[in-house]
Structure formats: C-alpha cells, structure tokens
Design a protein around this ligand. Structure first.
Ligand SMILES: Nc1ncnc2c1ncn2[C@@H]1O[C@H](COP(=O)(O)OP(=O)(O)O)[C@@H](O)[C@H]1O
Ligand SMILES: Cc1ncc(COP(=O)(O)O)c(C=O)c1O
Length: 271
C-alpha cells in the first residue's frame, strides 16, 4: 500500500524550501504527500516576507487532514506564532508514528525577526512531541537560550551541544553543525533515543546551490522513518539523499549565482 506522509510547512513560491521541497521529496521517495500551509513566504532582493495563514484557516486545514487514515510520518517546518505551535502540538498529541520537526528560526535567504514567545512555545509545547528535531547551529543556540554559551567549534563541542539540546527538549536531536568544525567538511551530529551520539562528516560541496537542503534532509528523514528504518539508519540515509540533492542542484536563472537543491534527483529528467 502507498504510504501517506504529511508536511505542515510554509509555502515558498521559489521552491527553495518549504512545502514545495517537502512534497517533491515525498514523491521521489515513492510516497503520497499531503500539505498543510502555515505561511506564505516571499523572497525577493535578499528580503524574506512571511505572511502567516490566519489561525482559523490553519486549524481548518489540520481538521481536514484528520480524514486521512493514516499518515506513516509527519514533518513539521516553518511555524510563525505561539498560536500556530499550540495548534500543531494539539494535532500531534494523538498521532502514533514518527514526527520530524525542523524548527525554522533563521533563513539563508535574508533576515527575519525572532519572536521569543515562539522559542518558548517550541521548547515547552511542541519539540517534546518530536521523534527527532533537526536544528542548524544557529537554531540550536537559540533553543538553548543561554547567552553565556559560545557556539561549539570542535567535534566534542557539537556532541555536548546536541546532548544538552536533547535533554532540554526531551527528544532526539539531529544537529546540523555546518562547516566550521572540520576543515573542508560539513558536520552533522545525532543524539538518538538512548542518548547515543553519532558524528557524520561529509566533504563540503558548492555552497551556492543549496536552498532547501535543510528541508530535503528533514523530509527525507521522515520518509525513511516511515519506511521503518531506525533513527540512526534514517539519519544516515537522509544525509546521503540530501548530498545527492545538493550535487544535482539547479539555478533559477541561466547565469545565477545561487539555486535550489533538487529533491527529485532520483527521477529521470527530460532534456
Ligand atoms: N555545502 C554543503 N556541502 C555538503 N553538505 C551540505 C552543504 N550544505 C548543507 N549541507 C548538508 O545539508 C543538510 C542540510 O543542512 P543546511 O543546509 O545547513 O540546513 P539549514 O538549511 O537548515 O541551515 C545537512 O546535512 C548539511 O550537512
Ligand atoms: C517556507 C520555508 N520553509 C523553510 C525554509 C528553509 O529552507 P532551508 O531548507 O534552505 O533551510 C525556507 C527557505 O526559503 C522556506 O521558504
């Protein structure tokens, strides 16, 4: 039977992340994708504009997908207010199955304002309901909320940070530590459900063409978990899937400097 998988995410009409990227990932993984829209994101001239969907319409979408029997996994992306976070927490309370939450608190594409009530709601209401949370280093530091703490610069430092996050949030953590940890490499760290740490290093690929790579990672991880892999296997498989999406990135304009990760890299392209 075809597996059904839900994303609760923002819409990015440039397909550089958000539900467009999530649905494309689900399709490539051979699963049927469903989407609840939290916000409309507009990116132009290095500015990010986010218009949240009114809360009653957001809730109505969640009520509507309750008709689906039943999702094999749920991925959660951009949420813009404590109210949205609370509504999602309520929705997830009775869900039995893997939940991957990507706490989108910062954008590569431009600055956005941070609402501290959103951070508190994430920490207290939503993230403890996740199977795994996938912050980048900046998002992880924000969630830890410790002004005296410095961002880690070593392999050990990232392991400690991921472990502290996992204790604070009471869930597994896949921390995207980025390129500052080991020369020429990207480092990701997983703290799994038995508090066991795994460090993953990957050769750094061209940075210019990877809008949406965080979404591809979390969405593919949700699919691998839906396929009954354990979290360690699913993490490795998702990291590998995402590297392929980055290698196959495409630009939006013929001579553009940047572009999107390509989640459909497994599918035959028409040339
Ligand atoms: N230039 C790159 N080379 C290799 N891996 C990368 C590169 N950029 C991102 N990744 C990987 O892609 C995944 C998503 O990371 P990232 O794009 O940093 O997330 P986010 O968009 O949430 O900040 C991670 O596994 C990360 O290690
Ligand atoms: C709706 C939405 N969610 C999430 C993201 C984050 O994307 P990334 O995977 O590059 O971190 C973006 C980026 O544009 C977005 O528009």
């Amino acid at each position: 039977m075809v597996k059904k998988i839900l994303t609760i995410a923002g819409s990015d009409s440039l397909s550089g992340g958000g539900l467009q990227t999530d649905l494309a990932t689900f399709t490539t993984m051979g699963m049927a994708g469903f989407a609840v829209i939290s916000s409309i994101v507009l990116i132009k001239d290095n500015k990010v504009r986010i218009d949240p969907v009114p809360i009653d319409i957001f809730q109505a979408q969640l009520d509507s997908v309750e008709q689906v029997e039943r999702f094999s996994a749920i991925k959660v992306g951009l949420l813009q207010s404590p109210e949205q976070i609370e509504v999602v927490a309520n929705f997830l309370k009775d869900f039995i199955g893997p939940v991957v939450i990507d706490p989108v608190l910062s954008f590569k594409e431009g600055k956005t304002e941070l609402n501290h009530d959103v951070l508190k709601a994430y920490r207290e209401k939503l993230l403890p309901l996740a199977t795994v949370v996938t912050p980048n280093l900046k998002e992880g530091m924000l969630l830890l909320n410790d002004e005296k703490r410095e961002a880690p610069k070593s392999r050990n430092g990232v392991l400690v940070m991921a472990s502290d996050l996992s204790h604070l949030l009471r869930c597994s953590v896949y921390l995207k530590a980025g390129k500052g940890i080991q020369e020429g490499q990207y480092t990701d760290v997983l703290i799994d459900e038995s508090n066991h740490g795994v460090v993953l290093h990957y050769d750094a690929l061209d940075d210019a063409f990877n809008h949406g790579s965080g979404c591809v990672l979390a969405a593919s991880m949700a699919c691998f978990l839906a396929d009954n892999m354990d979290l360690k296997e699913a993490s490795r498989a998702a990291a590998d899937f995402t590297r392929h999406a980055i290698v196959h990135s495409y630009s939006l304009k013929r001579h553009a400097e940047d572009g999107n990760a390509f989640p459909n890299w497994r599918v035959q392209t028409w040339n």
